[in-house]
Design a protein around this ligand. Structure first.
Ligand code: GLV
Ligand code: MN
Length: 196
């Protein structure tokens, strides 16, 4: 979904702070080395000891600057048994993933509120059309691992529990009580789970 590149590469210069562009300015080609084009960041298991029991490790332009202007990125997602990657959407990319290990329920909902889901095991792929709300849950008894690919160097993630109940400043309680048709104490209870 990102724009096409106008040169072979444009390794991001994350330190160029005085200039604002769509993406990042390029590091001078004379300073680019082979190391720029390789990234070790997805080799390690993410820490799943959190409220969701999952962890997303990003291989995007922020962590792997050589992806700048190339329109792609990948995530590693680790899951403890029972762990959930909570409902979220990516405003700038379609996502396709492959289960590397474990047993994963993958689901998404269309703009017409149709729910599509399947339980996948190692080697099986899924696709989440751009912008649609989706989740994964480890329904196996062991750890699970998925590698996801995106057609954006920085797909962005709108993580619904945080977006709705942990924004800064907060969405007013009366908006959420009306939207979800629950008592204010329910909204307060959910908010309290996500406040740090
Ligand atoms: C999984 O859905 C991910 O966004 O990494
Ligand atoms: Mn996703």
């Amino acid at each position: 979904a990102d724009p096409d590149s106008l040169q072979d590469f444009c390794v991001a210069d994350q330190t160029a702070s005085s200039i604002s562009v769509n993406g990042f300015p390029c590091k001078p080609a004379s300073e680019v080395t082979s190391d720029d084009f390789f990234f070790d960041g997805l080799t390690k298991m993410g820490d799943t000891s959190n409220i969701f029991g999952s962890n997303v490790t990003g291989g995007n332009v922020l962590t792997f600057p050589a992806l700048n202007t190339l329109g792609i990125s990948m995530n590693r997602v680790d899951f403890a048994p029972g762990g959930v990657n909570p409902p979220h959407s990516h405003p700038r990319a379609t996502e396709s993933g492959v289960v590397i290990k474990g047993k994963l329920l993958v689901g998404f909902v269309t703009t017409g509120n149709v729910y599509h889901s399947k339980v996948l095991t190692a080697g099986q792929m899924f696709v989440i059309p751009r912008g649609l709300v989706h989740f994964q849950k480890n329904v196996g008894v062991r750890k699970a691992l998925v590698i996801a690919a995106f057609n954006s160097q920085l797909p962005g993630a709108v993580v619904l529990p945080f977006t709705l109940f942990a924004s800064t400043p907060s969405i007013p309680d009366d908006v959420l009580t009306r939207a979800f048709q629950v008592e204010e104490k329910v909204v307060k209870s959910i908010k309290s789970k996500f406040s740090s």
